[in-house]
Design a protein around this ligand. Sequence first.
Ligand SMILES: [Zn+2]
Length: 178
Amino acid sequence: MAGLLDFVARFGAEERCIEHLAGLRWPGGFVCSGCGGRAAWRLKARPRVYECATCHRQESVTAGTVFHRTRTGLAKWFLAAYLMGRDKRGVSAKFLQRELGVTYQTAWTMAHKLRHGLSEDPARPLRGFLEADETFIGGRGDRQAAAAARPAPTRAWSSPPSRRCRHQRTRRESTGTR
Ligand SMILES: [Zn+2]
């Protein structure tokens, strides 16, 4: 596995994380799920959103992932996943709070969602976005596109959310996670 410096160099900025998620979502480039159009604009005010140039349908690169609707930067999410994946014993919310510079509440929510692979859409779980091993975190390199084009293997964090978890998430988001 690549080290922390390599990871930060690759995923330390929001834009890099967006590009990564977009590459996983559209391995061969953007495809509109509405009209099949291949051209899209990025929204300046909402950089995670791609808008189809033909039908103006908007799709977020985080839709259907644990990152959806989060106000927390994607670089922090990616780093949290990295830290959690590196330590098989798991890391505490307190640890994430300190390392990421977020509130305890945010750290707890991130850890919870990442641990359980909570997805906005249960029919479309994480799809291996956060494989906390060399295939995600540093080793893919040139093989990245090819790997992304294949159906992602199910990982520990890709398990469908339990009823209880979804309930917690819904309640949390209704109180203003966005
Ligand atoms: Zn379209």
